[in-house]
Write a new protein. Sequence first.
Length: 93
Amino acid sequence: MGSSNLTHSAQVTGLEWNVRVSAARNPDVVAKFDAVFDSYWRGGDFRPYRAEEFAKDAAQQGRVDTGPHVMLSPIEIQPRPFQERLLELLTPP
């Protein structure tokens, strides 16, 4: 569960908490998460993403993005040794 490193706070300030929860060990926590998420989802504050609607809203707010942009982290990212081993396992022979 979560959006690790996709939130504004994670990308801009580098501050984000992550919690790992097991449905086998903490079914009450997972059930509460599900209930809260469902209430948010059905609450009317969120709406489906539609590219045309997003572009219209962005234009109304004065955004002038004209194409795809990539925002790179201001810090150098280096995998740790255990991550390097996992990446090697993912690399096709």
